[in-house]
Design a protein around this ligand. Structure first.
Ligand SMILES: Cc1cc2nc3c(=O)[nH]c(=O)nc-3n(C[C@H](O)[C@H](O)[C@H](O)COP(=O)(O)O)c2cc1C
Length: 299
């Protein structure tokens, strides 16, 4: 009833744990049966291991949070050797989220992931927290076109491109990514924001700005998802502030095939199960047999 197909991959339900908020799924297995999920998007991977940023990495704000993790991860090789075998056993779709700072690094990592058992490659051209960390690729659609095209040539895996809300023109960006070979689009990553510690009279984050996520960004994220759904023909995976089943249904009504849940996992580790069960109950109450009946009904 809740199953959805994202670029040829069948998900048992539309709820995916968002990159960077669910690690590689292992820790969450202590809290709930992660096989309930439609999928897991891995922590953002880079070709070489990364330590991430110094200083404060996470900061709570009203109605959300800010982060400046800086793509800390063990690198693609260690992911394939140490993390992927565990993820495969979780009986849910495995999405590898890939970041980088040069086209060459993205391509080399994509070639390695192409030979692995991952189900979908999610190309993150939108990380705001690393210098040259992919963000440049996510602002200008002509640059995005180039990197998506190169990665497309490097992999036959289903390719989902994750967009930044800071893109100059979100629809132009989505259209260009599709022209370059994206099979699906996911959006949005975090918004750029600033927090200041008035006691020390300094910015909270070493990089001054950081990524804002959580309920605060939902209306803007939903608007961008709605607009992108109206201008591309590929499946769209929406995210940004989803923390209830009602939020998830809104994104589906705006046109999303599936949704990702990020910040809410920090508040309630098994929130995804609440959202899945909420969607199921809503469908039963409303007599909805398939999510296709309500997908994109907002015109
Ligand atoms: C602590 C943290 C780390 C994140 N790391 C990544 C990452 O490595 N790659 C990525 O594509 N998105 C990353 N994101 C962005 C989320 O996947 C998601 O796009 C964003 O937080 C919006 O969804 P939310 O409001 O449900 O959290 C991160 C978000 C947070 C809060």
């Amino acid at each position: 009833m809740t199953s959805v197909n994202i670029c040829g991959v069948e998900l048992k339900n539309p709820v995916i744990a968002a990159s960077g908020t669910f690690g590689f799924g292992g820790e969450f297995s202590d809290y709930f049966d992660v096989s309930r999920l439609g999928g897991i998007s891995s922590k953002g991977l880079t070709l070489a291991p990364k330590q991430g940023n110094d200083g404060v990495r996470m900061h709570e704000v009203r109605s959300g949070m800010m982060n400046s993790v800086g793509l800390q991860n063990p690198g693609v090789e260690a992911f394939i050797k140490d993390e992927l075998p565990q993820m495969e056993k979780m009986n849910t779709a495995v999405i590898a989220n890939l970041g980088g700072s040069t086209i060459e690094d993205y391509v080399r990592a994509a070639v390695m992931l192409d030979k692995s058992s991952i189900d979908i490659l999610e190309l993150n051209i939108s990380c705001p927290n690393v210098k040259e960390g992919g963000m440049a690729f996510g602002i200008k659609s002509c640059v995005a076109y180039e990197i998506v095209g190169e990665v497309r040539k490097a992999t036959s895996k289903p390719l989902m491109v994750k967009l930044s809300p800071n893109a100059e023109d979100i629809c132009d960006m989505a259209i260009n990514c599709c022209k370059a070979g994206a099979d699906a689009i996911s959006l949005v990553n975090t918004f750029k924001g600033i927090a200041i510690d008035i006691k020390s009279r300094k910015p909270v984050f070493e990089n001054i700005s950081a990524g804002v996520s959580g309920p605060a960004i939902k209306p803007m994220a939903l608007r961008m998802v709605y607009e992108v759904c109206g201008c591309v023909d590929v499946p769209v995976v929406g995210m940004g502030g989803i923390s209830t089943y009602e939020d998830a249904i809104e994104f589906i009504m705006a046109g999303s095939h599936a949704i990702q849940v990020g910040t809410a996992n920090f508040i309630k580790p098994d929130i995804c199960v609440d959202i899945i069960e909420g969607i199921e109950a809503f469908m039963a109450r409303e007599g909805i047999k398939s999510l296709e009946e309500i997908r994109g009904i907002i015109k």
